[in-house]
Design a protein around this ligand. Sequence first.
Ligand SMILES: Nc1ncnc2c1ncn2[C@@H]1O[C@H](COP(=O)(O)OP(=O)(O)O)[C@@H](O)[C@H]1O
Ligand SMILES: [Mg+2]
Length: 507
Amino acid sequence: MITKVYGCALNGIDAQLITVEVNINRGAKIYMVGLPDNAVKESHQRISAALQNVGFRIPVKEITINLAPANIKKEGSAYDLPIAVAILTASNQINNIDQIQDYIIMGELALDGIIRSIKGVLSIASYAKEHGFKGVILSSNNAKEAALIKGIDVYGAENIMEIIQHFNGGLKMYKTDRTPLLPQKKTFELDFNEVKGQKQVKRALEIAAAGNHNILLIGPPGSGKSMLAKRLPGILPPLSINEAIETTKIYSISGLINSEDGVINKRPFRSPHHTVSNVALSGGGSNPMPGEISLSHNGVLFLDELPEFKRGALEVLRQPIEDRRITISRTRKSIDYPANFMLVGAMNPSPNGGFYDLDLERPEELYKIKRYLNKLSGPLLDRIDIQIEVLPVSFEDLSKETVEETSLSVQKRVINSRNKQVSRYKKFKIYNNAQLTPSLMEIYCKLDNESLLLLEKATEKMNLSARSFTRIKKVARTIADLDSSKYIQVKHIAEAIQYRKLDRLKL
Ligand SMILES: Nc1ncnc2c1ncn2[C@@H]1O[C@H](COP(=O)(O)OP(=O)(O)O)[C@@H](O)[C@H]1O
Ligand SMILES: [Mg+2]
């Protein structure tokens, strides 16, 4: 008789069903088929030791283990547990196969029978829920994370013995309580109110947050760019439940969830160094993993010293900025990871620090800056709506006792204007102003004569490209939303023009 136990493989952030089939015959050999990699092939050695150490065994018979479907590659050590349970059931050491088949079972076995945690359990638990399984059986270290999914039973076992007893009518395993998804607390570890002054930059970040605009901070070292950028996740709207689940799935398959929290419930902030490899940024590799852009999903990707990044790395960002996901091609199949991030770039205005102290009238100075800025990828710059200069706050102002606005208070306005955008664009399947297409801009970014005149004048004076024109209108739309104005007014356009620092340099 063939015994079947259910497990899962991961494909991107989704799980797929894998059936572990075990057949026992006369003989004395173990066969493993169904595209297992080396780690899976070695599992019977781990299983053998683990079972012996808890008083059970792999029978000396001919055992065929098939991992179906055969066309999906089975990678890693997470199949130890379902294979062990299938062997125990096929050799009548565990009873109640019907009950076992109600669960998805996954975990790595240590030689002493301890069940080790694995990656991607949230995706596995969602699969179990969506496909009518009663629940999942995993390592106790993975239980909290799996328990984010409502409506299934999550059993976390420390040792394989607990699972054997559970099904053989001995001591029952505890069901893990549901993990609360969203954070209870309302204060932020990094609060906007810690940044003194910088009114204009804070305003620009608020607009960026409100319209989901990518933003570039240009300023000398020490002017507070990193400090400001790190506080951006705290003024973005709190994660919704679906966003939290999706982001947690990405961290889970990357092995970055700790068993205490079991959940990512704050918007991520990632800041890869400029020497980051393309693969580390985009994801992929021989044992494919999400990259920094996916770890920033639903949060902020901060690229400090933007011109220092290799051109190739920045080019990698183009597709995900448009599609909000990344597709990684592999020889056998392609993998898709979500990558919906807000991009925040930071840079020095010139190779050696500031440009506010440079004499832009001197051709050699201008040339130096030009060469430095040319390192920025044009197509990437085109996707950044707001460019703003960050000037250092004077020592005097830094030492003054001032009361600055909290992140919570800024966040309220951001949420308010985001809600307006969501309801306005509902039928178009976009959520914010940054996503406006040219045809939607025709409808929602109409300008009155006065605004049009101002924009034309500015375009002429600043020698703006058609692209800057579009950016300004989108940003003006967000400024109007923050102002609760149905239409874009001349003051909104005037402010939006301020956020084109690089264009205004006329380089
Ligand atoms: N506006 C400010 N309010 C309070 N502290 C500031 C401000 N600007 C700079 N600082 C202090 O200076 C430090 C350096 O700022 P940082 O954000 O690292 O600058 P940058 O990234 O532009 O080089 C900060 O960690 C902070 O302690
Ligand atoms: Mg910095």
